[in-house]
Design a protein around this ligand. Structure first.
Ligand code: HEC
Length: 161
């Protein structure tokens, strides 16, 4: 009996190796990226790339073990979930209020250490943010918010109480 279960498991494990979830990758320009709301300094771009964009953009970098199932399913799930909540490549597509609120949430998540996800920093040690890197993120979200405040009336950014 155990032997049969083992054989079925092995067959399933081999079988799923042939399923390749589509990758989150594109070479298209991203005209609605957050960068267009407020230009990110090159330094910050590097920080976002290594710590956030694999799950919050239209372009993920994949490690070699993404070729192994069920790892690829698991990664696809994170990318899909992350993109649904925040896609920095489609940032300016969102209504103004939502953009403004997401800027606040980015700072909040980073401040509280919720992002990047712990499961990501285990395998991406360079994504653990230093204080200086966190401050670069805060400086950017503050500047982007300030630009929005100067450009749009207040009640288009924050819902009236
Ligand atoms: C490994 C993938 C991954 C990485 C890397 C990652 N995130 Fe996330 N992020 C997620 C997922 C998944 C969610 C959704 C969490 C949930 O629904 O509980 C999320 C949610 C968020 C949210 C919440 C949005 C909302 O509306 O609630 C913000 C803001 C955010 N991430 C910012 C960041 C920032 C900034 C970084 C880089 C410092 C980052 N994330 C790195 C996967 C990731």
């Amino acid at each position: 009996m155990l032997k049969k279960i083992f054989i079925v498991l092995v067959i399933v494990l081999i079988g799923i190796q042939f399923i390749r979830p589509s990758k989150n990758q594109t070479t298209e320009p991203q005209p609605n990226s957050a960068d267009h709301l407020f230009q990110m300094p090159e330094n910050l771009k590097t920080v976002m790339q290594k710590a956030c964009l694999d799950c919050h953009s239209n372009n993920s970098r994949y490690p070699w073990y993404n070729n192994i199932q069920p790892v690829a399913f698991w990664m696809q799930l994170h990318v899909n979930k992350g993109k649904k909540k925040l896609n920095l490549d489609e940032f300016t597509n969102m209504p103004l209020r939502r953009q403004y609120h997401k800027l606040e949430e980015i700072a909040e998540e980073v401040k509280e250490g919720g992002m990047p996800l712990p499961s990501y920093t285990w395998t991406h040690k360079d994504a653990v943010l230093t204080e200086a890197e966190k401050n670069e993120i805060f400086a950017w979200t503050d500047s982007a918010k300030a630009v929005m405040e100067r450009t749009y009336p207040k009640d288009s950014l924050i819902r009236k109480k």
